[in-house]
Design a protein around this ligand. Structure first.
Ligand code: HEC
Length: 132
């Protein structure tokens, strides 16, 4: 017969607890992504952006960069979240595109009229977490 010593029981519970907290973490991530997507839709971001990278058709570039491309461009760059939050709220510099030959070249207008700073942060964190 299999006997469970108190240590064995404690170990079993510890393993179960770890598995449970890992799946809770995933559920929280999903919820955060869903919330960010809703905020972005409500603020009109998808007028100019897609989430997924699109290959240019007939040499046509997207209006704004796909957010998967943004995640790739800023991966591992310290301060990226703060920097992008400012660009989204205040708009991009019309004379110095960060997306030369990858997006339309027009400037992103300031979005502060459509989205709060804390919502912008949520969307930016989610954008930076995207993977192709
Ligand atoms: C009217 C079109 C338009 C809308 C609406 C828009 N964007 Fe943009 N966005 C752009 C363009 C164009 C660029 C590229 C700017 C450049 O060339 O540097 C851009 C760039 C970005 C970048 C990358 C910035 C950088 O400097 O690399 C992020 C992140 C971004 N947008 C997020 C958002 C979010 C979030 C929203 C909604 C709140 C939004 N955008 C709404 C057009 C738009």
């Amino acid at each position: 017969m299999l006997t469970m010593t108190p240590t064995r029981i404690a170990q079993t519970w510890a393993v179960a607890g770890l598995a449970l907290s890992a799946s809770l973490a995933f559920a929280q991530q999903d919820a955060a992504a869903e919330q960010a997507k809703k905020i972005a839709a409500g603020a009109g971001c998808f007028t100019c952006h897609t989430i997924a990278h699109q290959d240019s058709k007939d040499g046509k570039l997207p209006i704004g960069p796909a957010w998967e491309d943004v995640a790739k461009q800023y991966a591992g760059k310290p301060g990226a979240a703060d920097f992008l939050t400012r660009v989204v709220l205040e708009g991009s510099n019309p004379y110095s595109s960060h997306w030369k030959n990858q997006a339309s070249g027009i400037a992103m207008p300031p979005n502060a009229v459509a989205i709060t700073e804390s919502d912008t942060r949520k969307v930016v964190y989610w954008i930076l977490s995207l993977k192709k």
